[in-house]
Design a protein around this ligand. Structure first.
Ligand SMILES: Nc1ncnc2c1ncn2[C@@H]1O[C@H](COP(=O)(O)OP(=O)(O)OP(=O)(O)O)[C@@H](O)[C@H]1O
Ligand SMILES: [Mg+2]
Length: 359
């Protein structure tokens, strides 16, 4: 019969593998402890967050401070459902919280907060839906493209044979049109199928990839476009295909410059997330790349379908950029998500660092 102490598995190990965020605040409302789920929730490392007061960590800290004070004075456990947690530079979260006062003779009174994100399950389900829909659409496109490729080759070959047989120059013009259009279709289908080569994986620093994209786009646009680099220097290396990731990031950054018509700010941000879900799979470490633009935004209807092939609002667009980017990232077990409002559109590329499946 296993004992309650489970052969003394360290408390840290247990706390860091919880999916509930755990934080401990002292009487001055300073953070004394935070587990890994808490770090993910607050988007701060423990090193950075500990010793900070609650108002430095949370934008709408008054509500939390009130509950912390109530819990200390009453000595009672307080449960609060559906609280709004506003964090700097992030979308607000809805959380269920429990405040438990704890007393220790040496360190005095502290409050233990357990927080669970309510919309977490919803995000997991949405991600799963997105992944499944896109896999289905990729299969459909692949099947269709292969079906078109063969007759197209025949059509082109026949036009070439015909060309050898006819001598009238005005008729040659027609065979040239057939060959030219067949080539155009072929190129489109090749793009729809995406790069066929298997990923060439190597250890790489994602910042190299981002800097290469920045250099390329910098050369394409004028000085009215500003790049802000907000890189986490402690980001571990990834095992990935640099060319494929570059293509994915480039497609997103190009869209941003096109949406802003070359004027505005693009922020490239990197962070590492711990114990994070991509769809139903939970990874110990995930690299998060945000590409944020200050353009007009993307309405909800377009957001629902823009990762599918051939969806475009640009007259010169083929509507393939995002579907290719998503396919390339998904080859790395990752996912691209988007959040948008006028003036701030964020594309987030999530790439697992460890391909170990914990779920
Ligand atoms: N950052 C953005 N801001 C506003 N709209 C965007 C942004 N990114 C994508 N879009 C919208 O999503 C659509 C689809 O993008 P996608 O890259 O797949 O195709 P495209 O850019 O139109 O064509 P292609 O990339 O094949 O040249 C775009 O036409 C645009 O309407
Ligand atoms: Mg595009």
């Amino acid at each position: 019969m296993p004992t309650k102490h489970a052969n003394k598995i360290g408390h840290e190990l247990v706390l860091d593998n919880l999916s509930t965020a755990v934080m401990v605040f002292d009487e001055q409302f300073r953070l004394r402890y935070i587990n890994q789920a808490g770090e993910v929730m607050l988007a701060h490392s423990a090193r950075h967050a500990c010793d900070r007061s609650v108002h430095e960590l949370v934008v709408n800290s008054e509500a939390l401070e009130e509950q912390l004070a109530r819990s200390i004075t009453s000595g009672e456990v307080i449960a609060q459902r559906g609280c709004q947690l506003e964090l700097p530079d992030a979308v607000p979260l809805r959380v269920d919280c429990t405040f438990t006062p704890v007393f220790d003779e040496t360190v005095g009174t502290h409050v233990l907060i357990e927080m669970r994100q309510i919309d977490h399950q919803m995000r997991v389900e949405q991600d799963e839906l997105l992944i499944n829909q896109q896999q289905a659409s990729r299969l459909l496109v692949r099947g269709l493209a292969h079906e078109i490729k063969n007759p197209l080759g025949g059509l082109r070959g026949a036009a070439q044979l015909l060309e050898r047989e006819i001598s009238a120059p005005e008729l040659l013009e027609y065979t040239q049109i057939i060959i030219g259009e067949a080539d155009r279709l072929q190129a489109l289908i090749d793009r729809m199928l995406g790069p066929s080569a298997l990923p060439q994986l190597r250890q790489l620093n994602i910042h190299e990839v981002l800097e290469r994209v920045r250099g390329l786009v910098r050369a394409e646009v004028g000085n009215e476009l500003v790049f802000v680099q907000d890189y986490d220097p402690s980001l571990p290396e990834l095992h990935a295909d640099p060319d494929q990731l570059e293509q994915a990031v480039l497609n997103i950054v190009r869209n941003a410059t096109q949406a802003m018509q070359g004027k505005g700010t693009i922020t490239l941000r990197t962070r590492v997330l711990r114990n994070f879900n991509i769809g139903a799979r939970k990874y110990r470490l995930v690299v998060q790349i945000n590409i944020i633009d200050t353009g007009p935004g993307i309405d909800d209807e377009l957001q629902k379908k823009m990762f599918f092939p051939m969806v475009t609002t640009r007259s010169e667009g083929t509507g393939l950029g995002l579907s290719i980017a998503q396919a390339l990232v998904s080859r790395h077990e990752g996912l691209i998500e988007c959040q948008s409002e006028p003036g701030e559109t964020t594309f987030t590329i999530l790439l697992p660092l460890d391909k170990r499946d914990d779920a």
